[in-house]
Design a protein around this ligand. Structure first.
Ligand SMILES: Cc1ncc(COP(=O)(O)O)c(C=O)c1O
Length: 455
């Protein structure tokens, strides 16, 4: 497969011929939302209807063509309808769609391949169909491995929407989470290091990683009943705004976990499978977690996810049955295997590192030139820019974030809103030409919004 399979369909993008949403989008959306409720901010703020996607482009039902800076929602990372992945799914769609958790030829290949690309002895695995179920399985695995019951997670992390996944995150944000009577018993949250807005600082004002670790040590003693199974964290916060911790954070957390006999569970659903230029985002810090989850990019659009533990914990997985209706079905296994093979065959990790470096340079220049860009964030193709009213006070500027999102969409950029932190998640196949095209659209939109607000 030629690496540039997507380039032809990208010619001429973006191409927006009307005020959006166009007439057919409006009609279709109105009809659909008579029945379908609870849409995300991404759709509410820009309600268009899509009918096609190919490579780095998406087309709406009025024929407008967009440059994709969302990958769906961090999902179609190898491009929409990657021919190898689509072909692999359709092969099994015509041969064997489901065989419960029986072994199939394609599952055999997938488990071997996944064990091969993961570091250390992360090679005992189960498959599920969404990130939330994989996280739930990770929680059950942590309990089965450790015999302990409590969990510590971090402010502004996100892990899904089931009971326990919700209990690992902020609960009162009505657009995402439940209004439970409370968090599930034994689930606690602590702050995690955000270099732009640190809770714990050194005397020179920079972030103090040790401050966080010391606080966790004290919290384990004072705030739990000493029965903590695992720390559950995103390596890089996705929904929280592409926030990367300081380089010494995970190595130090790993040490603390070892000291306290607590498992380290890295939820790589969003950040894993190449998005940051590594198979696992945790590879950036040479830290091997005890439990990881993959989702989103794992099947490049086909619903397939994984929960993986270290080999020495494999026995515990027998205590938490892997049986589910869809987990690891032949189509799912084929999608995941093809996606891993594409990452290797098309040197995707290298592309993410190279073009990711361009994104960082470009965002830095933008930050230097724009009064409302307070901070730039991210790694590889997991990117963020934080908008503030004033660089010295760092007051968040959510109204500007919404407007920039909408203006850029109107100019033909399909992407993701997130309050005052602009988030970019382009397909990992993208080259610098289109990366710069997308950043031009964002910069133009920021300039317009600055003008609107009198900067
Ligand atoms: C880090 C992380 N974990 C878990 C999930 C839940 O995945 P899903 O929406 O596939 O259930 C998400 C979804 O955004 C996520 O970002």
């Amino acid at each position: 497969m030629a690496k540039d399979w997507w380039k032809k369909s990208a010619e001429g993008i973006p191409s927006v011929k009307m005020e959006l949403p166009g007439p057919e989008s409006k009609r279709m959306h109105a009809n659909t939302t008579k029945y379908f409720h609870g849409l995300s901010g991404q759709v509410k703020l820009f309600p268009i209807a899509f009918s096609e996607g190919h490579g780095i482009t998406m087309t709406d039902v009025d024929g407008n063509r967009f440059l994709d800076f969302s990958s769906g929602i961090y999902v179609t990372s190898l491009g929409h309808c990657h021919p190898k992945v689509s072909e692999a799914i359709s092969h099994w769609a015509n041969r064997l769609m489901n065989a419960h958790d029986f072994t199939t030829p394609i599952k055999e290949k997938l488990v071997e391949k996944l064990a091969d690309v993961l570091p250390g002895n992360l090679n005992a695995m189960q498959f599920y169909s969404d990130g939330t179920s994989a996280v739930e399985a990770g929680i059950r695995a942590a309990r089965a491995i450790s015999g302990k019951q409590e969990f510590i997670s971090a402010f502004r992390d996100f892990h899904g929407k089931s009971g326990h996944a919700v209990s690992l995150a902020q609960m009162h944000r009505g657009d995402v989470h439940s209004y439970g009577p409370s968090r599930a018993p034994g689930f606690y949250m602590v702050p995690r290091p955000n270099p732009y807005r640190p809770h714990f600082k050194k005397t020179d004002g920079t972030i103090d990683t040790d401050g966080y670790i010391d606080f966790y040590r004290e919290f384990i003693l004072e705030g739990t009943v000493g029965n903590v199974a695992a720390f559950v964290l995103e390596p890089i916060q996705g929904w929280g705004g592409s926030i990367v911790p300081p380089d010494d954070f995970f190595p130090k957390l790993r040490k603390l976990c070892d000291e306290k006999g607590i498992l380290l569970f890295a939820d790589e659903v969003l950040a894993g499978m190449g998005r940051t230029g590594e198979w696992m985002a945790m590879n950036h810090w040479d830290v091997i977690p005890d439990i990881i989850t993959f989702g989103k990019s794992f099947g490049n659009g086909f619903p397939v996810t994984a929960m993986i533990v270290k080999e020495e914990y494999a026995e515990a997985l027998d205590k938490i049955s892997a049986s589910s209706s869809y987990g690891g079905n032949p189509m799912a296994s084929a999608a995941a295997l093809a996606s891993i093979e594409v990452i290797e065959e098309e040197d995707i990790l290298e592309n993410v590192r190279e073009v990711g470096a361009y994104f960082q340079r470009r965002m830095k220049t933008m930050m230097d030139n724009h009064p409302i860009i307070g901070d730039i964030k991210g790694k590889g193709f997991l990117l963020g820019m934080e908008l503030v009213k004033d660089k010295s006070t760092k007051e968040p500027f959510a109204e500007a974030g919404t407007l920039v999102y909408q203006k850029a969409f109107q100019k033909g950029l399909a992407w993701i809103p997130a309050g005052n932190i602009l988030r970019m998640s382009p397909p990992l196949i993208m080259d610098e030409k289109y990366a710069s095209m997308g950043m031009d659209i964002i910069e133009e939109s920021i300039s317009e919004v600055e003008k609107d607000f009198g900067y």
